[in-house]
Design a protein around this ligand. Structure first.
Ligand SMILES: *Cc1c(COP(=O)(O)O)cnc(C)c1O
Length: 383
């Protein structure tokens, strides 16, 4: 019966319908969704304003190819660069493609090929981005890998200073390692990367595929720091569930990506862009960002209150509405138990429970989620 490749360890849920922070399955069971399609549905499921924007574009045209000018591409690109210190945008369809474009641009611009990335990072599943990912389990069975990636320990300035030289084309880093365990970079680490890149003529690439589009309480997570990367990549939250990715770069990189150097048939698809425009119009406002930041602090405080004295809990960490509960042992069973109780959460690495509620989550829903976690885990533990 199952005609799909079994590439995913699927949950025991057949989805019937989703709205806001809720998913309802075939049997009528309701779940509170703190996964958001893995940081994709940042406005919850089927936000009505986004839905209307998609419907309006469906009535105009769906796809014409990148040989045409379209106002929508210019508008979304403009909206993105207005909200960060980048100048130019290349649209694609996914996070991996955005990072792939960044790696190609870094080679083309610097005429060098070595790229430094970090242990337990995640950058995608294509040959280039798989090689960029610092996890053996993602590489396993697919060698030989694309060459000249070096994986250094995350947040370790000393090692980085030792390894850095003028053969490096780029340093690629997540501001918060998402898949790797919700591990935030230190300010010192990000500033060291920027200084070393400037000193040795390398490009500073930030992977904001998971942390971008308001997730951390700023439009982009790097804006919590006093840094200005050369390239930034986006995808997940950009289209509220429609497939879209983007690679953004500084002005001086434009000529390395001239006509014919790179492209994508579906990149910048108009239906996805209609969703992106409506999404950014809602999210990129100071009040919206402040609300995300405050709800993140509230969630983190509540989690610390209920779990603070549990011996198996190490720490609650994250920023805004990406929060991780780091534990002493594996969390797979705990996550299943929480799900059976009606709350959807994710693992990050082996030992971290990751919470990615929609940015529109209410305080009541946060309280409900925290109660469900308490009911499931406190007094029972995580195994
Ligand atoms: C999800 C993710 C990717 C890969 O995105 P895809 O759309 O699955 O290709 C890359 N980098 C980070 C940080 C991610 O979280």
């Amino acid at each position: 019966m199952d005609a799909l490749f079994p590439t995913y360890a699927k949950w025991d849920i057949v989805v019937e319908i989703a709205e806001g922070s809720k998913i309802i399955d075939k049997s009528g069971k309701e779940y509170l969704d703190f996964v958001s399609g893995i940081a994709v549905c940042n406005l919850g499921h089927r936000n009505p304003v986004v839905q209307q924007a998609i419907q309006q574009q469906l009535d105009k045209f769906w796809h014409v190819s990148n040989l045409f000018h379209t106002e929508l591409q210019q508008e979304v690109a403009g909206k993105l660069v207005e909200n960060c210190d980048m100048d130019s945008v290349f649209f694609c369809n996914s996070g991996a493609e955005a990072n792939e474009a960044a790696l190609k641009l870094a080679r083309k611009y610097t005429q060098k090929s070595k790229v430094i990335t970090f242990k337990q990072s995640f950058h995608g599943r294509t040959f280039g981005t798989m090689a960029a990912t610092g996890q053996d389990k993602i590489h396993s069975g697919f060698g030989p890998l694309l060459q000249e990636f070096v994986y250094l320990p995350y947040n370790d300035c000393e090692q980085l200073e030792k390894e850095m030289d003028d053969t490096v084309a780029a340093i690629l880093v997540e501001v918060i390692q998402g898949e790797g365990g919700v591990i935030p970079a230190s300010a010192e680490f990000l500033e060291t990367i920027q200084n070393l890149c400037q000193k040795f003529g390398a490009l500073f690439i930030i992977d904001e595929v998971q942390t971008g589009i308001g997730r951390t309480g700023k439009a982009f997570a790097y804006q919590h720091f006093n840094i200005s990367p050369d390239i930034m990549t986006l995808a997940k939250g950009l289209g509220s569930g429609l497939p879209i990715g983007a690679m953004l770069g500084k002005e001086y990189l434009r000529e390395a990506f001239g006509p014919g150097t790179h492209g994508s048939t579906f990149g910048g698809n108009l239906i996805s862009l209609a969703a992106a425009k409506a999404t950014l119009d809602i999210i990129f406002h100071d009040e919206f960002m402040l609300d995300v930041e405050e709800k993140g602090e509230y969630l983190s405080k509540k989690l610390n209150e209920i779990l603070g004295d549990q011996s198996w809990m190490t720490e609650v960490r994250g920023k805004g509405l990406i929060q991780g509960i780091a534990c002493q042992s594996e969390v797979v069973q705990a996550i299943t138990a929480i799900r059976n109780n009606g709350l959807l959460v994710l693992p990050a690495g082996q030992n971290v429970i990751r919470l990615l509620p929609p940015l529109t989550v209410s305080y009541e829903e946060i309280d409900k989620a925290v109660n469900l976690i308490e009911e499931t885990l406190v007094n029972v533990g995580i195994n």
